[in-house]
Design a protein around this ligand. Sequence first.
Ligand code: GLY
Length: 301
Amino acid sequence: MSQTKPVIIVHGGAKTISEDKVEANHAGCRAAALAGWSVLAQGGSAAEAVEAAIRVLESDQTFNAGFGSTLNSEGEVEVDAAIMDGATLSWGAVAAVQGVRHPIAAARRIMEEKPRLLVARSGERFALEHGLEMCAKKDLISEEQYEEWKEDVEVLDRPNTVGCVALDINGNLAAGTSTGGTNGQPQGRVGDTALVGCGLYADNRLGGCSTTGDGESIIPVVLAKSAIDALAGGRHPDEAAQQAIATLQSRVEGEAGCILIDCQGRIGWAYNSEDMAVAYMNEELSEPATFTGKEQPLAAA
Ligand code: GLY
């Protein structure tokens, strides 16, 4: 049986990236793409690769996920994450959890056990009972985030979310997304990231998508599923991504971005924020290609 050529794409969020953070965004997305790529290159599954890549982004305080997440109004890190398998349409998610080092790992374990969304104490208990890495709540707070919260400063470069889509050698797709939510959000506020169809979607028949941006704008346009539906008829993923973002902009405004891989292994992404950190890797490349912006559509390239 012939093998599919694996592909992985990651994002570090749709946002404004200040000059002094450009290098860190490239380096973080590159490291995440490489971690996921190493799983795919050894024949691992798309879901394993997505978890491996997102774990790297959750450990990097450059990004708003896991350690270094934005703080809520009470000065706490409260995170959401979800993953979806395009072969089975299985999924798992956690929301508003604290003290879970890698929320994407919890989401994946939930997906494997029984698809559902576990919120707050229920998600934390699941992670603990399944032997996932726990930490003190304060251990997910970076010094920079704490200072910004304390000073209540206007922050340009970290409003958002990380994600990954992967296609493995068996032709299976998976998508995952992880976030610390929005700056100063009320305790218990949950955006799009944990919601299948909004923050992520994967279906082997069409493609996989992870989104980033204002949850309150992404939810009403069901952004990830809209982008996947736009792949119908063989549309290039870059065009599908642009179409989904244009719909969001025209219907509800707000800032967002999305990354896609279609079932043929073609990639695409679009955003209407100032910048968006992205990296992808495939067999043709010796190193991940990394970006903090995009000058021209991939379909036209
Ligand atoms: N996109 C992340 C959030 O709105 O919570």
